[in-house]
Ligand binder design. Structure first.
Ligand code: G3P
Length: 495
């Protein structure tokens, strides 16, 4: 009998493969970073090579199986979770992408979105999709590709091109082009899916000028979808779970009842709260999105999305070179008592919730002769928690009951200083599970439930570990006024 579930976690900066056994224990993990493409002279553009996404993901999968001595036939199912909103357009015949993947962080369609807002389209878009007209989402990125790559629009009109987020691209390749699908959680991030009526929305497709024929079939997050049929190393294994990474983490934390919430500290920070089965629009500049469902009924979540979270630490490493590895940031930041008055707004790719300004810029203010790299590191870590506090305030204003605790996960949640500061800022306990791989766990659970590897969610609930709780200790509420002032100054700079 197959003993394992394999989760493929295709994130913004790396592709990871994680193997779980029947008790939900992590057996092995492999991670391959891939190239971030920032086209020269193009402020705010971010691209990935779709083939590098595919090969980095497959090599991570092959590596994790090889290291654990597990054969494909020992794997009961594969669950896929992915960076969301990133748009790929490819030729159905040749399988070749017509352009690089335009990444969720990419701001190139900011003006197009501003025009649509000016035309008065936003209220209707929000009513149908729960989203805002922001370059973050896939729809305007697809239109950009069709408008800017020679012949692409004509080919798309003739039905020759396919669109997909990263899940679709991976599955299309893993099934040798047999399945062009996406799940509801990913579809809900495109600006093209009506999350109230559960369908691609022809009026939105018309508004954003995306031909219907390009769209993938929409499936449930937990369902047997067919075997891998390529010779890439996973032949015959059933693909049985798909979810956007943030909804996957929500499920991986077993936040399945209304009011359950988690914050993931990955490239960005994403606070999601389960809302149950009733669609409701945010009144405080958050998003409504589809959550994972295992019983084939629509479930919704309220989401606050911050674009730069853990990525600010990567920038300290790769951009400034003041740390050698991301884990060094905690010691450097702790070497000073505070940021010495430095405020760091990491709006490298504009601002997401609750400010929504694609023209905002990264900014540091409060620098003096005494400022050291330690103060900058401290201000960078502070910024992750301060942005999350903005999200939580908006979320508490949007929901009947304020959050009484925050569950956390993602790479940067390993930083104890950040977690303590987060608890202090929010004045609620911060609960960190022992295994931070909840995004991958979510995809594994979805796949395992679909093929009967686990009988039901109660069984999974029992596997959740205790973890660590950070209790609020200090009052940092005075910091907030300075933070809001810094945010206001960073807005609009790139207009
Ligand atoms: O919406 C963007 C999100 O899916 C990216 O996630 O984990 O790559 O930061 P991550």
């Amino acid at each position: 009998m197959s003993q394992y579930i394999l989760a493929l976690d295709q994130g913004t900066t790396s592709s990871r493969a994680i193997l779980f056994d029947r008790v939900g224990a992590l057996i092995g993990t492999a991670q391959h970073e891939f190239t971030q493409i920032f086209p020269a002279g193009k402020q705010g553009w971010v691209e990935h090579d779709p083939f590098e996404i595919l090969t980095s993901q497959m090599s991570a999968a092959v590596e994790v199986l090889g290291r654990a001595g597990v054969r494909p036939r020992d794997v009961a199912a594969i669950g896929i979770t992915n960076q969301r909103e990133t748009a790929i357009v490819w030729d159905r015949e040749t399988g070749r992408p017509v352009y690089n993947a335009v990444v969720w962080q990419d701001r190139r369609t900011a003006d197009a979105c501003a025009e649509l807002v000016k035309s008065g389209a936003e209220d209707d878009v929000r009513r149908r999709t729960g989203l805002r007209l922001d370059p973050y989402f896939s729809g305007t990125k697809v239109a950009w590709i069709l408008d800017n790559i020679s012949g692409a629009r004509e080919r798309a009109e003739r039905g020759e091109l396919a669109f997909g987020t990263v899940d679709s691209w991976l599955i299309w390749n893993l099934t040798s082009g047999k399945r062009h699908i996406t799940d509801r959680t990913n579809a809900s991030r495109t600006l093209l899916y009506n999350i109230v009526e559960d369908r691609w929305d022809d009026e939105l497709l018309r508004l954003l000028r995306v031909p219907r024929s390009m769209m993938p079939e929409v499936v449930w997050s937990s369902e047997a979808l067919g075997p891998v049929s390529t010779t890439l190393g996973l032949e015959g294994v059933e693909i049985a779970g798909i979810a956007g990474d943030q909804q996957s983490a929500l499920f991986g934390q077993m936040c399945t009842r209304p009011g359950d919430a988690k914050n993931t500290y990955g490239t960005g920070c994403f606070l999601l709260q389960h809302m149950g089965s009733t669609f409701r629009q945010s009144e405080h500049r958050l998003l409504t999105t589809l959550a994972c469902s295992v019983d084939r009924k629509l479930e919704y979540a309220l989401e606050g999305s911050v674009f730069i979270g853990g990525a600010v630490v990567q920038w300290l490493r790769d951009g400034l070179g003041i740390i050698d590895s991301s884990s060094d940031v905690e010691a450097l930041a702790l070497s000073v008592p505070d940021s010495g008055g430095v405020m760091f707004v990491p709006a490298f790719t504009g601002m997401g919730a609750p400010h929504w300004d694609p023209y905002a810029s990264g900014m540091m203010i409060g620098i003096g002769r005494g400022t050291t790299k330690a103060h900058i590191a401290r201000a960078a870590v502070d910024s992750i928690a301060l942005q999350t506090a903005d999200l939580m305030r908006a979320m508490n204003a949007d929901t009947p009951a304020p959050l009484r605790e925050l569950r956390v996960d993602g790479g940067a949640a390993a930083n104890n200083m950040l977690m303590q500061f987060q608890a202090d800022l929010l004045s609620v306990p911060v609960h960190r599970p022992a295994c931070l791989e909840t995004t991958a766990m979510g995809a594994a659970f979805l796949a395992g439930l679909a093929v009967g590897f686990w009988p039901n969610t109660d069984e999974i609930q029992r596997k959740q570990d205790a973890g660590t709780v950070f209790q609020p200790q200090h009052d940092y509420s005075a910091l907030d006024a300075r933070w809001q002032e810094a945010i206001a100054r960073a807005k609009g700079w790139n207009r």
